[in-house]
Design a binder for this molecule. Structure first.
Ligand code: F0G
Length: 459
């Protein structure tokens, strides 16, 4: 059979409100053309993020009921610890309420002013948490990873020469750790090969530098390794995951992605001394060592989700449905970041709307059009998010890329809903020359994309 079906049945449904184009045009105007200001009930297909938006399974809901809410030493914690240990293999497992809390604890313990942290591409919270300690977050993805149209099987790989040059330039004493993000979210959800993970590990260890993975989408990365890397087609997902983590000294994890849970995360590592000082900070900011920032029921949902996410049937469906969306729109002329990533499709708005200059936010304009067209909410990753505005001079610099991310929540939308998204994008593509840019009329000093207000420019 050629048709790949959802490997689950739907037992519970959440009705969605259908809206008309006229209603949506009014709603987005009221939201000052910022999709973060829309009420979720006014969105039909919500592709804002794949984080914390997964549909949990019947086993996960059963596990929720089993949750042991003891403050210390709960059964839920031990089930969680066992699941994490089986997959990741690290000695010390420190639960946190989400990924960025694990980052904050790890970097607070390792980084200081003047340090440099290499990564393929830092996710924005990872970058912010590194920079908060005074260290520099340096992105060293391979050159192919920076060109949206370039095809490469492992576009998330670290540039090994650039990593070596960075070590030579700044010195091992100023590199407290090396990280790799699997899959590379900010670089388009692109995977990292096992070979690259092994090479980065060798370089880190031969220089005595700890090596950590940002493991949010580890299962999707593991499946890409199985599909694309020589020697892995017959290896089980669990064995691939075990091998990935065997090269690292630890990881940060947001269970809101490949944990298939709505909340949760952890820091896991082998160094006992570092783990102890991380636990001190954990108690200060998150909670006792056996719950971190999570309820017992959340620990159980994550423990169950982590085992489910390694199902090959699930990953096959997951990766093929994202690929299907990407392929269908790109075959019809929509420029996307190639090849389709694991969790999201990124439309290259600079290439699609060349008439709209970066300082008129082409990807935001596209997000607005897609909402009006079909009630779909996507997120701008371009100048609204990463451009720099100087309030003193009023000068603004554009971001290197203008992307619109369509992130697919796990197990939430059906094939016909994905077909609807494809149709909507192609309709917008057809009338792309009538789309106008936006003017930002209000902005905050940082993370401005969340609260910015816009007005459409006249053609
Ligand atoms: N690392 C990566 C690669 C991420 O994608 C995220 C979150 C985090 C760390 C932080 O995890 O949200 O649990 O604190 N990414 C979400 C997204 C928000 O929409 O891509 P968190």
């Amino acid at each position: 059979m050629k048709t790949i079906i959802e490997p689950f049945r739907i037992k519970m449904v959440e009705p969605m409100k259908m809206t008309s184009r006229e209603e949506r045009a009014k709603l987005i105007e009221e939201a000052r053309y910022n999709l973060f200001f829309l009420k979720a009930r006014d969105v039909m297909i919500d592709l804002l993020t794949d984080s914390g938006t997964s549909a949990m399974s019947s086993d996960q809901w059963s596990a929720v009921m089993r949750g042991d809410e003891a403050y210390a030493g709960s059964e839920s914690y031990f089930r969680f610890e066992q699941a994490v240990r089986d997959i990741y293999g690290f000695e010390h497992i420190i639960p946190t309420h989400q990924g960025r809390a694990a980052e904050k604890i790890l970097f607070s313990n390792l980084c200081k002013d003047g340090d440099v942290v290499p990564n393929n591409t830092h996710f924005d919270t990872t970058r912010a948490n590194v920079e908060y300690t005074g260290a520099e977050a340096r992105d060293l993805v391979i050159p192919e990873g920076r060109v949206p149209s370039e095809i490469h099987p492992f576009k998330g790989n670290m540039d090994i020469d650039a990593l070596q040059r960075t070590i030579d330039e700044v010195g091992v004493d100023n590199i407290p750790l090396i990280m790799l993000t699997i899959t590379n979210n900010s670089g388009g959800g692109q995977p990292v090969s096992m070979e690259n993970i092994r090479m980065v590990s060798e370089i880190a260890h031969s220089n005595g530098i700890p090596f950590f993975l940002d493991a949010c989408r580890f299962a999707e990365n593991a499946y890409f390794i199985k599909l694309r890397e020589d020697g892995y087609s017959d290896v089980s997902m669990m064995d691939i995951a075990n091998e990935i983590f065997s090269y690292a000294d630890g990881c940060t994890m947001s269970a809101k992605k490949d944990g298939l849970a709505n909340m949760g995360g952890f820091l896991a590592l082998n160094d006992a001394e570092l783990a102890e000082s991380c636990r001190h900070l954990l108690i200060l900011t998150e909670g006792f060592t056996t719950y971190g920032g999570m309820a017992g029921r959340d620990l159980d949902a994550v423990a169950t989700g982590l085992r489910e996410v390694l199902s090959e049937d699930y990953l096959k469906y997951r990766i093929s449905s994202t690929d299907y969306l990407g392929r269908k729109i790109s075959e019809n002329g929509v420029p996307i970041m190639q090849p389709p990533g694991g969790h999201a499709i990124y439309i290259d708005a600079k290439a699609m709307l060349p008439r709209i200059p970066p300082l008129q936010y082409p990807a935001q304009a596209l997000a607005v059009e897609l909402y009006i067209e079909a009630g779909i909410r996507a997120v701008e990753i371009g100048t609204a998010m990463f451009g720099k505005y100087d309030p003193e001079t009023g000068e603004e610099t554009a971001a290197p890329m203008e992307l619109l991310r369509l992130a697919i929540p796990r197990r939430v939308y059906t094939q016909s809903q994905i077909e609807y998204v494809i149709e909507a994008i192609l309709n917008v593509m057809e009338r792309k020359d009538s789309i106008v840019g936006l003017k930002m009329v209000k902005q905050a000093p940082f993370l401005r994309h969340f609260t910015a207000e816009y007005e459409p420019l006249s053609d």
